[in-house]
Design a protein around this ligand. Sequence first.
Ligand code: GAR
Length: 227
Amino acid sequence: MLRRGARIRAMKNVVVLISGVGSNMARIVDCCRDERWPARIAAVVSNRPDAAGLERARERGVPVLVVDHRDFDSRAAFDRALGDAVERHAPDWVALAGFMRVLGDDFVARFQGRLVNIHPSLLPAFTGLHTHRRALAAGVRVHGATVHLVEPALDSGPILAQAVVPVLDDDDEHRLARRVLAAEHRLYPAVLRWLIEGRLRTDGPRAVLRAEPGESLLLLPTETPDV
Ligand code: GAR
């Protein structure tokens, strides 16, 4: 029995799933350490043995493991093995950070409510791949990134927070991608921290943050973008 007013400050476990460079993952690991989140990054899991992010995780002392999708005959078998590997770390939160395999409904159901993703567009615009190229082709003046809870359909689920960046006249796909990625690096760690601290929840289609000064679920562009 807890004394009245006693505070529980349980450490939460976070498992991060990657497929590539892992820059979002590295930011999450660094912020968790530097900002002393009540959490540990329990493991980084990749579906690709050659993902550069694996080395970045190792350098940071985070346990890594690979569940190579090519070792499995079916998507369902891969999803089961991946789910088992993730589950072994008793995750409170599972963060997809550049994880480039579509996950089946069973995997999503297994972790629903604690599965989050970052997508490089202002959802619901530009689901899927090549979002920066498509944003340029569409002539939009704003672009950005979205962190959302994952539901079975591709790039769908309640939006938690968004970061907006301008599209500049001389942008190409790579320059725009760099600007969005810089915004992702601010957005994703902030959202994960709020979730871990129990300050962010959804109310119907809308996310609600018990915000501290200076915090917002909408990250606006910096006055003079440096990329
Ligand atoms: C990020 O831009 C992320 O939003 C995107 O992949 C990149 C991964 O970069 N994710 C998706 O497109 C998922 N649909 P990182 O490996 O350096 O974090």
